[in-house]
Design a protein around this ligand. Structure first.
Ligand code: TRP
Length: 322
């Protein structure tokens, strides 16, 4: 019998990705993009308010303080496109500043429909900004924005919050290069990167005292239970964050507290976990400034300007496509 042509639908893609990740030889893995369902997106909003997690606040401080300086580098006729807008909160400062000169369209690109809806609500009061949400993967969304470009229009891509660090090197430079290939010379990319800081501070940021990050990570298993009819016992897994000194990234895992077997019915899969075995769910790379320069240049961009938060080392780099 021919294979049924079902793999296109999101639920089946989810099942296929989960199945592949949990059957990997050696380290089991789950793709981090699946952390952001409705509940996960809300938990991430709470993470960004945690005292231990200074990243989002640093990003927002920089955007707020330097929106005018950023604007001076951007032509008036601009389409603003954001990869992974989340709630859109920190984008407000850029949009308000740019749209004072001339009306513009803003294209948030999100795989989370919930995040898109929140983003639209959060930013809808800004006059002179048209919001066109695209529920797509990043590069598909960017291709669509590029296809709508009118003659002479400039594209400004926002890639904030250090999501780039979730593509571990060298995938980070490769991803930036893919963005570059969709853009034209002269287009802009505003890139947020979280910088190196003391290891205990990093661990606290990803393993907060209230347990919100743990809930965020464990929600991935809860989501598999909900959507794929699985029977993960959440209390038999724990969230751990550890710094990998070799790759200079914080790794997030879900660790099985005992030997156990889990059935994921809609993926037709039964998986065994050994006691102490982990599922790797995310990597958050921490950059040096030299590393940021090397990465962006390798991807075909030139750094035009850069702003750094001293309170929580974090860099905002304004890049131009060469
Ligand atoms: N992009 C965020 C980061 O790397 C996402 C994040 C924060 C995250 N806390 C997490 C991802 C915990 C997985 C688990 O900082």
């Amino acid at each position: 019998m021919p294979a049924p042509a079902l793999v296109e639908s999101p639920a089946n893609q989810f099942a296929a990705d989960i199945s592949a990740g949990l059957q990997k030889a050696g380290q089991k893995e789950l793709p981090s993009k699946y952390l952001y369902d409705t509940l996960g997106s809300k938990l991430f909003e709470v993470i960004s308010e945690l005292p231990e997690y200074g990243l989002t606040r640093a990003d927002e401080r920089l955007l707020r303080a330097y929106a005018h300086e950023i604007m001076h580098h951007i032509p008036r006729d601009v389409m603003v496109c954001e990869l992974g807008s989340g709630s859109g909160r920190k984008t407000r400062w850029i949009l308000e500043t740019l749209s004072r000169r001339r009306r513009l369209d803003y294209f948030p690109i999100e795989i989370s429909a919930t995040a898109l809806a929140v983003c639209r609500r959060e930013l809808s009061d800004i006059e002179s900004v048209g919001i066109v949400g695209l529920e797509r993967e990043y590069l598909d969304g960017l291709l669509e924005v590029a296809a709508r470009r009118r003659d002479g229009q400039h594209i400004l891509v926002l890639f904030l919050g250090s999501t780039i660090g979730n593509f571990s090197p060298p995938a980070d430079a490769n991803f930036l290069h893919e963005i570059r290939m969709i853009l034209q010379p002269g287009d802009s990319l505003l890139l947020g990167t979280d910088l190196e800081k003391p290891i205990p501070q990093l661990i606290d940021a990803y393993q907060d005292a209230l347990g919100v990050t743990a809930a965020f990570n464990l929600n991935l298993l809860a989501r598999i239970n909900r959507e794929l009819d699985a029977d993960f016992a959440l209390e038999q897994f724990e969230h751990i964050a550890k710094f990998n000194a070799g790759t200079r990234g914080v790794e997030m895992h879900l660790r099985s507290k005992l030997r156990q077997t889990v059935a994921i019915r809609r993926a037709n899969l039964v998986v065994t976990f050994e006691e102490g075995e982990t599922i790797w769910t995310e990597n958050s790379h921490k950059y040096s400034l030299a590393e940021v320069s090397r990465m962006v240049e390798a991807a075909g961009f030139r750094c035009q300007a850069q702003w750094i938060d001293r309170e929580w080392p974090f860099a905002e780099s304004l890049l131009v496509a060469e």
